[in-house]
Design a protein around this ligand. Structure first.
Ligand SMILES: Nc1ncnc2c1ncn2[C@@H]1O[C@H](COP(=O)(O)OP(=O)(O)OP(=O)(O)O)[C@@H](O)[C@H]1O
Ligand SMILES: [Mg+2]
Length: 277
């Protein structure tokens, strides 16, 4: 039984394109010849209490079961439900995208940030959830985790559970300092938890090649990070926003748009780096 490849889309800055990239990359990866050949799907885990990925890929589910319930079950904290109540195949839902499932979030996830602070081994809860549910998860080739805009306990859990990290960078709000905070956090977690999580790549979102600050940001990143900066950037493209508004990935909403072509190329580059037969 092959384990799914776990990837966190992470950046503590808000609004840099994490959720948009999770939605669109999940669709591109699930539709790729590589995954179709092995007949495996993609699972999106929504780890953000804003639950934007859940809203687009499924529906608002406040008052319903969510990733919060699994986190509490594995936290060792006295819980108000027993594990039988929330098996994986009940919690995980089919999404609006073919061959993509979603482990939804809701507003309760915000309380997990502080409830988990007193849990034993609080940083490795998601890793344990994934390890203990290998049978169920073997239907997926990739698990993509949509992280919240912070470096709190949930993002720490996501990083520790991941094989790879993908880091979207907003070209218009780019700061090298932001990247180095993230770098230091990853290094610290690698040492503390003896994990092998590595950065699969960083990529610019809302990129405009004619804006000199965008070009400079890209050149600086190329000099500083070399190959870690992916070739493909995601250009600023309103079709991407419209697709999200219509609860679709851009590859189906507007297949020939620039946004669609960009995400398809990014998906290919990402698969080349991470997919193992
Ligand atoms: N390439 C793009 N072109 C135009 N708009 C984009 C593009 N990528 C993302 N956006 C828009 O930018 C906004 C922020 O994107 P998104 O919600 O994906 O960021 P985020 O990092 O997940 O935010 P948060 O940190 O709050 O979770 C959204 O309105 C989205 O539609
Ligand atoms: Mg988001």
């Amino acid at each position: 039984m092959k384990k799914p490849i776990v990837v966190s889309i992470v950046n503590h800055k808000g609004g840099v394109g994490k959720t948009t990239s999770v939605i669109n990359l999940s669709a591109v990866i699930a539709d790729s010849p590589k995954l179709r050949k092995i007949k495996k799907k993609v699972l999106v885990i929504d780890f953000d209490h804003q639950a934007n990925a859940t809203l687009v890929l499924y529906r608002k589910c406040d008052g319903e079961s969510s990733i919060y319930h699994k986190l509490l079950e594995y936290s060792g904290i006295t819980i108000t439900h027993d594990s039988q109540e929330y098996p994986m195949d009940v919690l995980v839902k089919p999404s609006t995208i073919e061959n993509v499932d979603i482990f939804p979030a809701n507003s309760l996830v915000s309380t997990a940030e502080y409830e988990l602070l007193n849990a034993t081994s609080r940083e490795t809860i998601l890793k344990r959830i994934i390890n203990h549910n290998q049978d169920f998860l073997s239907q997926y080739a990739y698990i993509l985790i949509d992280c919240p805009p912070s470096l709190g306990v949930l993002t720490t859990n996501a990083i520790i559970a991941s094989d790879y990290l993908l880091i979207p960078l907003d070209a218009s709000l780019f700061s090298m300092e932001g990247v180095s905070i993230l770098d230091k956090t990853i290094l610290r977690l690698q040492k503390l938890f003896d994990i092998h999580t590595s950065i699969a790549g960083m990529f610019f979102v809302r990129y405009q090649p004619l804006e000199s600050v965008h070009k400079e940001a890209k050149e600086l990143m190329r000099r500083e990070k070399g190959d870690l900066l992916l070739e493909q950037s995601i250009r600023k493209n309103t079709e991407i926003e419209k697709a999200t508004y219509h609860k679709q990935p851009v590859i189906t909403y507007s297949p020939t748009s620039l946004g669609s072509r960009n995400y398809q190329a990014l998906g290919r580059e990402f698969l080349k780096r991470t997919f193992k037969k």
